[in-house]
Design a protein around this ligand. Structure first.
Ligand SMILES: [Zn+2]
Length: 281
């Protein structure tokens, strides 16, 4: 099997139509055999400067919806937007003078807007999580409340949710919180995961060592770069060519089944998307 015989999905990448390379990054992905993208909105840090009206979330989400549509034009498959609130926003808000409960309410309102976009079929899935760095107990508690609100809203509108969290392999408790709110753990995706994970579905950073672990573990998984499309930080993350390159490497090493798992079966199971039916070469 050759890379041209399979869909190739990057499960988590950012495109920035304002300051970044945007469509050019999607073209670079496509040039290496990439076919499908999940495009995440960039963090809405300017919320702190411009006020906390939910209109700011809409502004950020609309940019991502447009970026995904533009990326779809250059892909043999297509791109879908995934919208939500970056968990580190809580620290920006608290540093800007909001109390943790106020910050929580603002972020939950942002998730409500994201759920509305999914409900209107303008986005595929949601994104939430909790800080990946140490925070005060009150901020941690508020963050968990934000994440659980995300689970509730994803369950309401029937979509999957990607999580940005601290590192680690045991997220069994988090998966349980989702299930307590009516969201199956198979709809919860830990972004930036290593090859081994308990609880949610893992979206494995396209690193060879972690991918080897994921292949050996033989569980559902996705692949991602977390490309940030930030001209000020070139090389800060994996580039848009990385997932297709790793797919080629997996195929060369005889891992056809793992490629099918990450690019056809898991996307279908988690998001309900058909990467084969939406592919026209
Ligand atoms: Zn990201």
């Amino acid at each position: 099997m050759d890379i041209d015989d399979t869909p190739v999905l990057d499960n988590h990448l950012h495109l920035d139509p304002v300051n970044g390379r945007n469509v050019a990054a999607a073209e670079e992905f496509a040039s290496q055999g990439g076919t499908h993208l999940l495009v995440l909105n960039k963090p809405s840090w300017h919320l702190v400067e411009k006020g906390t009206d939910e209109a700011i979330f809409r502004e950020v989400f609309d940019l991502t919806v447009e970026a995904a549509a533009a990326a779809s034009e250059v892909l043999d498959g297509r791109a879908w937007p995934v919208l939500g609130v970056h968990p580190a926003l809580i620290s920006k808000l608290v540093d800007g003078g909001y109390t943790p409960p106020e910050a929580r309410d603002i972020m939950q309102a942002g998730l409500d807007v994201a759920a509305e976009y999914v409900d209107n079929s303008d986005a595929l899935a949601m994104k939430s999580g909790r800080p990946h760095y140490d925070v005060d107990d009150v901020v941690w508690e508020a963050s968990n409340e934000v994440m659980c609100h995300g689970f509730e809203r994803a369950a309401d509108v029937g979509c999957a949710i990607q999580l940005h969290t601290e590192g680690g392999e045991d997220f069994e408790a988090v998966a349980g919180w989702a299930e307590d709110r009516g969201l199956d753990r198979t709809q919860v995706v830990k972004h930036y995961s290593g090859g081994q994970l308990r609880g949610p579905v893992k979206s494995v950073l396209a690193d060879k060592d972690e991918l080897e672990i994921a292949v050996e573990t033989d569980e559902p998984f996705l692949m991602e770069t977390d490309y940030i499309d930030d001209p000020d930080r070139p090389g800060a993350v994996l580039g848009p060519k990385t997932v297709p390159r790793r797919v080629r490497w997996l195929l060369e090493n005889g891992h056809e089944d793992a490629v099918r798992t990450a690019h056809v079966e898991t996307p279908k199971a988690v998001y309900g998307i058909d990467t084969e039916a939406t592919l026209e070469r």
